[in-house]
Design a protein around this ligand. Structure first.
Ligand code: GLN
Length: 160
């Protein structure tokens, strides 16, 4: 496997199923060994070292030196879309869809914020081979985050 996208969904269910089917430990080992992974929304939660407002006993694979708060913007009804400036992806803003999305509440020393909302809250981060966004860029046909991720996958593949 050269890379993995953990999509949106429900992080507490992903966690439960990953543990039930014996996927959790191998995934965590792969991330620790440098597997490139892009997590969107629930996927970002799976990659966060610390999860706030998780379900009781909810675990994350971790890897990103961040804390994320689940459902930070409220319920499904409070889902929204907005344009984000992402310096790494050029001048054209990214149209981002937030669906019961998490927010990155703290960005640790090892992680880098890539995008913030107008109020300054962080919604996209990277750290080495890991990339995470609170939102879904793909829903609007925006593929620059995926391209950015593929650069990490290619770079990691060439190193091996
Ligand atoms: N609220 C979901 C969770 O906690 C994430 C929602 C999404 O992935 N769109 O995992």
């Amino acid at each position: 496997m050269s890379g993995l996208v953990i999509p949106g969904g429900e992080s507490s269910v992903m966690d439960k199923l990953a543990r039930m089917f014996g996927l959790f430990d191998p995934l965590q080992a792969a991330v620790r060994a440098g597997l490139p992974v892009y997590g969107t929304c629930a996927g970002l939660i799976m990659l966060a070292d610390t999860v706030l407002d998780g379900m009781v006993g909810q675990k994350s694979i971790g890897g990103l030196d961040i804390s994320v708060r689940r459902n930070a913007f409220g319920s499904q009804n409070a889902s929204f879309e907005t344009d984000l400036q992402v310096a790494e992806l050029g001048e054209t803003p990214v149209h981002a869809v937030f669906i019961r999305a998490p927010v990155v509440e703290t960005v640790g020393r090892k992680a880098t914020a890539l995008a913030t909302l107008a109020d300054g809250r962080c919604v996209a981060v990277e750290q080495g081979n890991l990339l995470g966004t609170s939102f879904h860029p793909e829903i609007t046909g925006e593929f620059r985050f995926h391209d950015y991720f593929l650069q990490k996958v290619r770079a990691a593949a060439f190193r091996h």
